[in-house]
Design a protein around this ligand. Structure first.
Ligand code: ADP
Length: 262
């Protein structure tokens, strides 16, 4: 019975997926087609006009490619590699990206904890998770605000595991991504992990970010708590099973993002 239920659920999400793909690809292809048709019809196109049409074709092709990449990443599932992931290193990478690409009106801080346990998992996928969450946080703060990421060790005990069916007894790392942005209503909060659910305008969001995040965290055996308040902000807490040991001693030969060794 349970497997039937799971199958139905999978088919339903596949249906949602296919529908969403068709819809979005159509929106992308339509302007490409119109631009190409206009290019053909116009007898003596001015240089500037041709350039403009070309830019329309190019930018929409890029959007199409990006969407397909995201859909493939999502549909391929999250079979990821398994190696020791040092969350502090991931934080440094994310910090570099945020400092060079996010608007200055967003105050960013990250808390690096040298005694953090390690995660066995896929560093690229976990990097993707942090990027998706921080980009969402950025989008939620159009007028600026503060974005913080932190990580701490967390030991799930018998009592916690009894109250949280997704948790099992043992060591976890809890990664928190918090913003002081627009927040979400309970109705929106209810749907954020659905594939293709987005409140962003066409071309700005695919609605695949959080379903990918959830897939990746699930594939690591973890779970997610979200707390959000309209006008106050949002906090994502990612619980990822960890190995209870010092990350630094395990990762002696791991390359740091700047190429130095620890
Ligand atoms: P996308 O970012 O492409 O819309 P996501 O799956 O990442 O897709 O997010 C789905 C929706 O969840 C967003 O459109 C937005 O409404 C809501 N959301 C996600 N993160 C936040 C956040 N930090 N603050 C407010 N709303 C958020």
């Amino acid at each position: 019975l349970e497997s039937q239920f799971l199958r139905a659920q999978r088919l339903e999400s596949l249906g949602t997926l296919a529908g969403g793909i068709a819809h979005d690809l159509n929106n992308i292809l339509t302007p490409i087609l119109s631009a190409a048709q206009l290019l053909q019809l116009k007898r003596s196109p001015s240089e500037e006009w041709s350039q403009q049409m070309y830019r329309t074709i190019e930018s929409n092709c890029k959007r199409g490619a990006a969407l397909v990449k995201q859909v493939l990443h999502f549909a391929r599932g999250v079979e990821g590699k398994r190696s020791i992931v040092v969350i502090n290193h991931l934080f440094l990478e994310i910090e570099q990206i945020i400092n060079s690409t996010f608007p200055k009106s967003i105050e960013f801080s990250s808390d690096i904890n040298p005694n953090l346990w390690a995660v066995i998992g896929d560093a690229t996928h976990l990097h993707q998770v942090l990027m998706n969450l921080t980009v969402n946080a950025r989008d939620a703060m159009p007028n600026g605000g503060s974005l913080t990421i932190s990580a701490k060790n967390f030991l799930v005990d018998e009592q916690y595991a009894r109250m949280n069916l997704e948790a099992s007894i043992g060591p976890y790392i809890v990664i928190t991504v918090a913003d002081t942005g627009i927040g979400m209503s309970p109705e929106i909060l209810d749907r954020i992990f659905e594939p293709f659910f987005t409140t962003k305008e066409v071309g700005k969001g695919t609605g695949l970010g959080l379903s990918t995040v959830r897939g990746i965290i699930k594939s690591h055996g973890g779970f997610i708590n979200v707390h959000s308040e309209i006008g106050k902000g949002t906090e994502f807490k990612l619980f990822v099973p960890a190995v209870e040991t010092m990350a630094t001693s395990l990762a002696e030969n791991v390359e740091l993002p700047n190429g130095n060794r620890e």
